[in-house]
Design a binder for this molecule. Structure first.
Ligand SMILES: [Zn+2]
Ligand SMILES: [Zn+2]
Length: 65
């Protein structure tokens, strides 16, 4: 999903919006699942897809991959 403007977290150029909170986020602030790092708990989720999948399933979102 394309967005315009600046990342709501670090103010770089935003390229996505978070599937959970709708914040505009840049590549660096997005996790592998299309949700922002704050939503993901601030982790480096690149290493922990399972954790994110669990969060997303809990929220009824399962089509992000
Ligand atoms: Zn950012
Ligand atoms: Zn978010």
């Amino acid at each position: 999903m394309g967005v315009t403007g600046l990342c709501d977290i670090c103010r770089k150029r935003a390229v996505y919006s978070c599937s959970l909170c709708g914040k505009r986020i840049c590549q660096d602030c997005m996790t592998v699942s299309g949700i922002c790092k704050p939503c993901a708990g601030g982790y480096k989720i690149e290493q922990d897809k399972k954790f994110i999948e669990t969060i997303l399933k809990g929220k009824g979102i399962d089509d992000v991959f």
